[in-house]
Design a binder for this molecule. Sequence first.
Ligand code: AVJ
Length: 315
Amino acid sequence: ANVICHDQQPRGGDSRAELLAGLMSEHRFISPKYLYDAAGSRLFERITALPEYYPTRTEKAILGAHGPAMGAACGEGCVLIEPGSGSSEKVRLLLEDMRPAAYVALDISADFLWRSARRLGEAFPWLQVRAICADFNRQWRPPGDLPPGRRVVFYPGSTIGNLEPGDARAFLGEMRAWMGDDGGALVGVDQHKDEGLLHAAYNDAQGVTAAFNRNVLHHVNHILGADFAPERFRHHAFYNRDARRIEMHLVAEEAQQVNLGGPVIELDAGDSIHTENSYKYSPGDFSALCREAGLGVHQRWSDPGELFSVYYLGP
Ligand code: AVJ
């Protein structure tokens, strides 16, 4: 079989403490990783198809249009590593042009990872697929028997935008370590742009993003044994121009008490819970961030409207 699975599943991990700390702090927040329970992942898949949500279709068009050039930049026979691989859908656009010696899929949700890896292995029987269930933000170990070859990190989707700039810089530094002195990285980043397009992309007319945002409260109720009533919160997403980030919040529509599975919090009407930041970078901003992490931008591909960019980074 061309698919081998490794379970480096993080043991324990204290979601309860982390959630309580965020919900009981002065500026209440929930880490965006909690948006992606099973229902949240399905809602996000629906978001990627919404007319207002341009990032996914724009990035896929860039990968499709420039596959050969990206393949040339990464070099034949490279070992492609995708943190947060999810459905492994986007990498399919590169495989024929790139012909990597192996593809390492890293994700924290085991069942989805195994299923996606098996499907990929069936679709590309020539490709060696290694699926590793791990939290790449904490630690993961490349399997000892990876084939030799330049290591290239593939990190699409502007997922790097979920990280605070300092954490994004640290993660780019991690990538620098994974790739060694002769490797590279292919990173998708949503661009800073006029507010109208950005606002619409996070406030779609059908209300799917609102449902995605409110769904995090169901996930938190499940983890904490809390009694959030999602229908008592309003989806609020706006572009914070100074910080160059979309912020998503859930705003209490009226005063309410919430039992967090023990501790009780009091919310006044208008109090907000911050559920996600999505940072947007101009090419100049992102190049500066990469430089701080010891990486240079060797190539950049964009769409005609300059909505989104895919960068090829190297030491
Ligand atoms: C998957 C984190 C890139 O920030 O645009 C979509 C998640 N949030 N709509 C993004 C998201 C609201 C998405 N990322």
